[in-house]
Ligand binder design. Structure first.
Ligand SMILES: Cc1cc2nc3c(=O)[nH]c(=O)nc-3n(C[C@H](O)[C@H](O)[C@H](O)COP(=O)(O)OP(=O)(O)OC[C@H]3O[C@@H](n4cnc5c(N)ncnc54)[C@H](O)[C@@H]3O)c2cc1C
Length: 460
């Protein structure tokens, strides 16, 4: 650690040099700057550098290294384990770097490292173009893409990393480098699932796809009909076109216009069929679900960017989630999945989600460190609640889901969907062989493990 006077001088110089803002404890705005999506995370960094551009990031990383501070990198702040924050260290906060430039002729988009899904989707929508994004508009593109990236479009267009064309990065030495198929290809490979381990992504370039039409069918069923709804949804996905995606989930009926008032606050089974195409085709595909007695429905064409905001969870809630990737979803699994809904804490914001992979996810490049792409289905228990007293109901329920679905799991997991579950799970999220190669690349690009507030890959 630097002496107090050296630290004070360096901090004053950082405040002076940065085009963005700097926050330290006691500064107005410090508490807002250290707030992340998960209200269970309450960390107090020594310095938060809100960078305005890539040179600010270089300056901030060098400042952190000079003072020997732990360095965390914050994008959208959606990591459930709060990996974008630390105690007593430096946070390189990218939120002000959210510029998006669409290159329709090249079928590509350049996104700055602190942009959210909303910045990305709102910029590409007017061109009728899109790429695989997360299912909430407030998630950061940086953490999402570098970790793998799964969303409503992945069965058509692949995981987000399958669409990654290039990354502009600030390394642990505070140098600016590029990674792409022809430039630092090993580093580029590592950024396809290796998360923030290799540097600060100041910009990412992603492939765009034509998406002139998008439609959804959101249906609510009484929980007694859950088994039939889950089986019907499975049928729609397994026998339908790749344009069909979405999820089936149990949740507490939210106080929203389309939910009948008597069902608000009660356990419901919901099916969302997303469709990368026209409403009439969606209706045909979703027929088995539309034909099942349901309590409410929203069916129709909707701009993709609007769908992306539809299930935004409110900030300020407590969160604990996990995920398991499955070998399949046979009837005995469906029975267990539905039975677990009976023990789900209701009413809370908790969701018990089953969503499909397959299609372009399964067919994507096998070489990247995303070992879960072969799974046809994934379970995502999503504990969300407000009252700290509910910690003791919600956290054990998420763990119980993992235990009960174990007979159907592949062992691989998508790291962006889990909190800090230990080194074995990080290995499971990368694949053993990939983990070994990533460890060697970490030694080359970040030998001191400067970037360790993530699903950490140690230098080997
Ligand atoms: C409501 C909600 C919905 C979600 N839905 C989906 C979904 O549909 N699909 C999906 O795949 N995931 C989803 N996620 C998970 C999400 O992808 C991960 O939590 C992701 O890591 C969030 O990135 P972030 O930038 O918002 O988070 P942060 O907490 O800011 O960062 C997460 C990690 O990424 C690193 N990081 C972030 N930006 C950069 C960067 N520019 N350069 C280097 N490292 C960086 C951070 O250091 C940290 O280790 C969801 C999360 C939430 C809270």
């Amino acid at each position: 650690m630097a002496s107090r006077s050296k630290a004070g001088t360096a901090l004053a110089a950082l405040r002076e040099d940065l085009a963005g803002d700097v926050f330290a404890p006691g500064d107005a705005g410090y508490d807002e700057a250290r707030t992340v999506f998960n209200a269970m995370i309450d960390r107090r960094p020594a310095v938060i550098a809100q960078c305005a551009h890539a040179d600010d990031v270089v300056r901030a990383v060098r400042f952190g290294r000079e003072l020997d501070l732990n360095i965390a990198v914050r994008g959208g702040g959606h990591s459930v384990a709060g990996m974008g924050l630390n105690d007593n260290g430096l946070v390189v906060d990218l939120r002000r770097m959210h510029g998006v430039t669409v290159h329709p002729g090249a079928g590509a988009v350049r996104v700055e490292g602190g942009a959210t899904m909303s910045h990305l989707d709102r910029a590409t929508q007017p061109f009728g173009l899109a790429t695989t994004g997360g299912r909430a508009s407030t998630t950061g593109v940086g953490g999402f893409v570098l970790g793998g990236g799964s969303g409503w479009l992945d069965r058509c267009f692949g995981l987000a990393v399958d669409n990654l064309l290039g990354v502009e990065l600030v390394t642990a030495d505070g140098e600016r480098v590029r990674a792409g198929a022809d430039e630092n290809p090993d580093l580029f490979w590592a950024l396809h699932g290796g998360g923030g381990n290799f540097g600060v992504a100041t910009a990412l370039t992603l492939r765009l796809h034509e998406l002139p039409e998008f439609a959804i069918a959101l249906l609510l069923y009484r929980p007694e009909l859950g088994r039939e709804a889950v089986r019907a949804y499975r049928e729609v996905i397994e026998s339908g076109p790749l344009e069909a995606g979405g999820a089936v989930l149990y949740l507490t009926g939210p106080p929203q216009e389309f939910v009948p008032p008597h069902l608000v606050g009660t356990l419901l089974c919901a099916v969302l069929v997303t469709y990368a195409g026209a409403e009439e085709d969606l209706r045909e595909v979703a027929e088995p679900l539309l034909g099942l007695p349901h309590e409410a429905e929203v069916v129709g064409a909707m701009p993709y960017a609007d769908v992306q905001c539809m299930i935004d969870d409110p900030p300020g809630m407590r969160n604990h989630w996990s995920a398991e990737y499955l070998t399949g979803a046979p009837d005995d699994f469906v029975d267990v999945f539905c039975a677990l809904a009976d023990t789900m804490p209701v009413p809370t914001g908790t969701q018990h989600v089953l969503f499909p992979l397959g299609g372009a996810v399964a067919d994507g490049p096998a070489e990247y460190p995303v070992p879960y792409r072969d799974s046809p289905w994934a379970v995502h228990p999503f504990g969300i609640w407000e009252d700290p007293a509910d910690d003791r109901r919600c956290v054990p329920w998420v763990r119980a889901v993992r235990e009960r679905v174990r007979p159907w799991t592949t062992g691989a997991v998508y790291l962006n969907f889990i909190g800090d579950e230990g080194t074995d799970r990080v290995r499971a999220g990368l694949g053993a062989q990939n983990a070994a190669r990533l460890g060697l690349l970490k030694r080359r690009w970040d030998p001191d493990n400067v970037f360790r507030f993530n699903h950490n890959i140690r230098p080997t």
